[in-house]
Design a binder for this molecule. Structure first.
Ligand code: HEM
Length: 521
């Protein structure tokens, strides 16, 4: 599942063959500007998309950079794409020229047919996107995120109690934490432990997005004119499927918002983003267009924030169980000792302890670097043609930043495949040596950089601090009672997530158990 709509590649050969023939008639190759060449890349032509990797693209693109350099051009059925494999190229284009590189590619299936046009992460650069982003930023600005500490803390402690009750459902509990935080902040809604109506709805919509979100899964992404084909035409299954998904997508955004409005009408509304903005809207007499912006911004927090935060928490759980890799487990043990030293064993951590447990920040940063949640970032789009290092970058090119390659560049992150949080322990020395800068690339670039990153970091930090303070996370045991070490695979989808695995959450002591039981605020 993903809220981001990627520019990716690869789909069924026969379908694409047909598409290629039609497409040849409709589209022409991007024209070159004067004598300037396009950036290097695999030979481009209508059928070369079959050479484009369709799994773990970030690794293949990183390997390709040894052949073609750090800026690679591929042409995918009428879609020019450049892949940026270095921090320098990303800085030069997505940061320094961000005005030109901050749009998003058009995604016909997801945005136009499935109804995700409200999702501002996929809106093209322009006033509509700016209005949404401004409102979001107004509420999630770094100076304001401390106002959410009580919610974030409460939900983290709820997770501790849930883990005690049904530790085998730890995956569900962790996901619930991330979901509950954003639902409470956006709609003032308390997520129920099982079968929450709004979470279920959102997850259903996200499933559709997960299936269609990778660009190219549906032919209509390459051939937007296919959107006009009536549903009854043989082969137009995508139109029927899109209609079904569209209903859920609309319900996901409409229903919780309606709930807030109903509560406001009967005087039971809880203070939250939607309620505060609706109040303002009524006082200032803003039009319904503004109400739509409020609704859209409320909806994106769940879409953007639930899965991303969950993935990092699951990665840290993996490290805590000694599954992999070498230094992960010892780092977690070190963090646990630091927590014990800073707060003792008579209470749970709070945000006031943050400065006393600096190693935990390093663990979260290293998790974001080691397995970036979005290894290929989210596609940007070139609004006007450009020139870079003598190459022509056509207008309408999709730009993919290889976040994984940037965060695994050994000149910047020595021994990049090792999980080594200590690499962030001394930022001053690091900056003098030009190594191990914080992995901000995990949150994207330029004007599109993740505006929820401060809340994300706070949510991950307190969840990890709370869990490690009272739980020991251990490997599962087999029927013979011996520990098993499962092999963990990371998906090669847009969001790179570890596959489900079993583990055991055990209170570290009787005192810890009692702290968990008494944690209800
Ligand atoms: C570990 C957690 C997270 C990671 C790794 C992450 C990463 C990202 C990335 C890579 C982007 C795309 C940036 C680009 O286009 O260059 C993004 C965009 C975005 N993120 Fe996050 N994110 C996280 C959590 C959150 C949370 C908790 C929220 C909301 C509360 C959030 C809200 C958004 C929004 C609204 C956008 C769209 C920005 C735009 O297109 O203007 N994210 N995020």
């Amino acid at each position: 599942m993903s809220f981001f709509i990627a520019s990716a590649v690869g789909c069924d050969f026969t379908v694409l063959l047909t598409a290629g023939i039609i497409l040849c008639l409709l589209v022409s190759f991007p024209s070159r500007q004067g004598s300037r060449p396009l950036p290097p890349g695999p030979h481009t032509g209508w059928f070369t998309s079959f050479r484009v990797p369709n799994s773990y693209q970030w690794i293949t693109y990183a390997q390709w950079s040894k052949i073609y350099g750090d800026i690679i051009y591929v042409y995918v059925f009428g879609n020019p794409v450049i892949v940026l494999n270095s921090a320098e190229a990303v800085e030069d284009l997505l940061e320094k020229r961000s005005k030109n590189y901050s749009s998003r590619p058009v995604r016909t299936m997801v945005v136009e047919l499935m109804g995700w046009d409200w999702l501002f992460s996929s809106m093209p650069y322009g006033q509509r996107w700016k209005d949404h982003r401004k409102l979001f930023r107004h509420h999630f600005h770094p100076s304001l995120t401390s106002t959410y500490y009580p919610v974030v803390l409460e939900e983290s402690y709820t997770t501790l109690r849930n883990l005690l009750r049904t530790p085998e459902n730890y995956n569900h509990h962790i996901r619930r934490t991330a979901a509950a935080i954003v639902m409470k902040i956006s709609y003032g809604h308390d997520v129920s432990d099982q079968g929450d109506v709004y979470v279920t709805l959102a997850d259903e919509a996200l499933q559709g997005l997960g299936k269609a979100g990778i660009f190219g899964t549906f032919l209509v992404d390459y051939l937007p004119c296919l959107k006009y084909i009536p549903e009854w035409v043989p082969g137009a299954d995508f139109k029927r499927q899109a209609r079904i998904w569209r209903t859920v997508t609309r319900a996901m955004i409409d229903k919780p918002f309606r709930m807030v409005k109903d509560r406001m009408a009967d005087g039971t509304a809880v203070s939250c983003f939607a309620q505060k903005e609706l109040e303002k809207c009524m006082q200032t007499g803003q039009d319904s267009r503004y109400e739509d912006i409020i609704k859209n911004v409320a909806g994106i927090s769940y879409t953007a924030g639930a899965d991303t935060v969950t993935i990092i928490l699951r990665i840290i759980v993996i490290g805590s169980t000694d599954f992999e890799p070498d230094r992960f487990y010892s780092s977690i043990r070190e963090a646990q000792k630091e927590i014990d030293r800073a707060i003792g064993t008579d209470r749970l951590p709070t945000f006031d302890d943050r400065n006393d447990i600096p190693f935990l920040d390093c663990i979260v940063w290293e998790s974001l670097r080691w397995n970036p949640v979005l290894p290929m970032g989210v596609a940007h789009y070139v609004s006007e043609e450009d020139e870079y290092r003598g190459y022509h970058i056509p207008k309408g090119t999709s730009v993919l930043a290889n976040v994984w390659a940037i965060l695994h560049d050994e000149t910047c992150y020595p021994d990049p495949s090792a999980f080594n949080p200590a690499r962030f322990s001394d930022p001053t020395a690091n900056s003098k040596l030009g190594i191990n800068q914080y992995p901000y690339a995990a949150f994207g670039f330029g004007r599109r950089m993740c505006p929820g990153r401060w809340l994300a970091f706070d949510s991950m930090w307190i969840a990890v601090a709370s869990i490690l303070s009272v739980y020991s996370i251990q490997k599962p045991t087999g029927e013979d009672g011996h520990e098993i070490t499962p092999s963990i695979q990371y998906t090669s989808s847009l969001l790179s997530r570890p596959n489900p695995f079993k583990c055991r959450f055990i209170p570290r002591s009787e005192k810890a158990r009692s702290l968990i039981q008494r944690s209800a605020t």
